[in-house]
Design a protein around this ligand. Structure first.
Ligand SMILES: Cc1cc2nc3c(=O)[nH]c(=O)nc-3n(C[C@H](O)[C@H](O)[C@H](O)COP(=O)(O)OP(=O)(O)OC[C@H]3O[C@@H](n4cnc5c(N)ncnc54)[C@H](O)[C@@H]3O)c2cc1C
Length: 386
């Protein structure tokens, strides 16, 4: 398995980078300062086919594989972490389970318009009492004739206040264990009874929309059930396995920008009559950052290539996410240190990278949960766990 980008992937990467520089760079400061949700940018991404790159052409994508998803994630987040968060929630978290488990009618109705950027999607799994333990969600979907009626709450839903559609998990058979009591639904945002309770203020990722939602007797037809009844848990696992390399690549994009700024600044800032990079206390930080970025890139590529071979990538994805998200925070932290007092001010984007890079040690499964998954897979592989 080659961990280098192919010629086609390199040219795709160049196109996304140019696009992000042209269309996102000019609004990156506004997204942060005004907490501006970059809806127009999402639309432009869709128009240019950068939202559905991994999905099949018949679903509205480019059939470029999951590596292309990690390329887009890195390039967008290198300019704006919040814009990437909005993109990821719509084009990956919402779209991937629909592409993989939805039927053709559902894809036509709910997927194409999201991948083209006309509509926005969100994934609604987490609840006030169910975070790391996703199988313990309580939102209930009851049969009522040909419909399902949903009641419950969802918390921390990225794009939750702006999405046109939610990919939402609910309990359809509470008498069964977690693996066979959940089902997946597409819920249009304009459904009667679906309320945006509030948007959260965040430490970083300003401009992202993360909302608390309440469902009171929300009625959807049976046609909105995705996959088989009571088979939602395997959809959750598939979605989480897929999102991890992309989440990791998003954090690596932020770290890459923080690293490049540190290299530039340490070459031009002079103290004691010479550039600060002449001091090993500074330049060795640059070396450590370079190692962390290189290792992250290899782990992410490996996980994405495994996914593209249609193999399960549970351990590989968890390793890539754990390492890259912690490395990204370390890199942003060290970059801030290299910038001295200026790094702590809002004159430079370094403090933004530092705050944004903190997010994904929590989102998409915490570092502790990644370690749990990795050790479990290791023991399984070694025949020590069934
Ligand atoms: C900004 C933001 C955006 C998000 N976007 C979405 C979204 O779009 N859709 C969605 O569904 N969810 C989303 N989430 C939810 C996110 O996935 C959860 O916050 C995350 O999975 C952790 O759940 P929790 O916050 O309930 O923490 P908890 O599960 O309550 O965990 C609290 C602490 O306990 C630790 N812990 C828990 N269980 C264990 C264990 N077994 N072993 C060791 N440690 C453990 C955790 O690691 C953590 O440190 C988002 C969250 C945030 C903050």
């Amino acid at each position: 398995m080659s961990l280098a980008l192919t010629g086609q992937e390199l040219s795709f990467q160049r196109r996304v980078r140019t696009f992000a520089e042209r269309h996102l760079r000019p609004i990156a400061a506004k997204i942060e300062a005004d907490e501006y949700f970059p809806e127009d940018f999402l639309r432009a991404l869709g128009k240019n086919k950068f939202l559905g790159a991994p999905f099949s052409k018949s679903d509205g994508g480019l059939a470029l594989g999951w590596v292309s998803e990690t390329i887009v994630a890195e390039e967008i987040s290198a300019v704006s972490g919040a814009a990437e968060m909005a993109r990821l929630a719509s084009a990956a978290l919402y779209s991937a389970p629909l592409a993989n488990f939805g039927n053709n009618v559902q894809k036509k109705r709910f997927l194409r318009s999201v991948l083209s950027g006309e509509k926005i999607g969100a994934l609604a799994l987490t609840e006030p009492r169910a975070g790391s333990d996703a199988g313990s969600i309580k939102t209930r979907a009851r049969h009522d004739g040909r419909d399902f009626v949903l009641n419950g709450e969802k918390r921390f839903i990225t794009n939750g206040g702006v999405a046109d559609y939610l990919f939402l998990f609910a309990v359809t058979d509470p008498s069964k264990p977690a693996r066979s009591r959940l089902s997946a639904f597409v819920i249009p945002r304009n459904s009667k009874g679906l309320e945006v309770v509030r948007a959260y203020g965040l430490l970083g990722m300003r401009g992202a929309n993360v909302a608390h939602l309440r469902l009171r007797n929300v009625r959807v037809p049976r046609e909105n059930l995705v996959g088989r009844l009571n088979c939602g848990f395997s959809i959750i696992l598939d979605e989480l396995d897929r999102e991890r390399p992309a989440v990791a690549a998003g954090m690596m994009g932020i770290a890459r920008s923080a690293f490049e700024e540190a290299v530039r600044y340490s070459s031009t800032r002079e103290q004691f009559g010479r550039p600060i990079r002449d001091f090993e206390g500074v330049s060795f930080k640059i070396a450590d950052m370079a190692v962390k970025l290189a290792a992250s890139r290899l782990l992410i590529m490996h996980a994405a290539r495994v996914l593209d071979r249609r193999s399960p990538a549970r351990k590989e994805g968890a390793i890539a996410k754990l390492y890259s998200t912690e490395a990204a925070f370390d890199v942003a932290h060290e970059s801030l240190q290299v910038h001295g007092g200026l790094g702590y001010t809002k004159d430079l984007p370094i403090e933004r990278y530092f705050r944004d890079a903190r997010f994904m040690m929590i989102g998409g499964g915490t570092s502790e949960i990644m370690r749990y998954i990795i050790q479990r897979e290791v023991y399984k592989e070694m025949g020590r766990l069934s």
